[in-house]
Design a protein. Sequence first.
Length: 240
Amino acid sequence: MSGLAFSSFTLIGVDAQKFLQGQVTLNAEALPENITRYTAICSLKGRIQFGLWIKKLNPEHFVIVTTEDQAEEFAKHIKKFGAFSKMKLEQDAQVFPTINGDTTDFATAETDVTAWQLQAIDAGQAWISASTAELFQPQELRLHQREGVHYDKGCYIGQEIIARLWFKAKPKAWLHLVLGGGDVPAPATQLNNSVQVVNSITLDDTYKALVVAKPAALEELSLTVLDLPEYLNGDVARQQ
């Protein structure tokens, strides 16, 4: 039985979209309705503090899903930063994930979360939980290739650092899918100085994992690097 669980919230009010626009890495104003996208609220250091699946029903009504272990801190964050906004955050029931192409949808009907974990890892759909909060930059997780980051949307928390990395530099490490042998390493584990686990799942006597790694550092480990889906296989740097 997987220990991973998900909590759903609704954010409702006339300021909901404007508030999210100043918080998350994607463009909330341009987000199509009824499509779930994975995005992030970052720290001032430009690292992902909360990973969020967001669906806009309309500009005054959003459904937001977090891992259950981030739900309480997420609610505190929204109430702190949104105290003067005309909107209300409410926690709903536990929800369950289903892969839908290049994204994940959630519903109250129970699904096999362990099966979803394997599908999500195979699809490169990295997710953040409490143990990996504030470890990774959005670009390192290829979040921009999942439409989870927009670099021309204006200010949000951590935007200055995230934009500088995009426009002036290139990340030294980024997301890879690997197959390994032996015990499955927990998320946040450093496999060496330049390879860190984001998500992992055990398979009989092997495991699969999404890791943020320098490509050369992967060669030092006895891991098989597997192909990510085509839309995630490109260079993570901005094309000049």
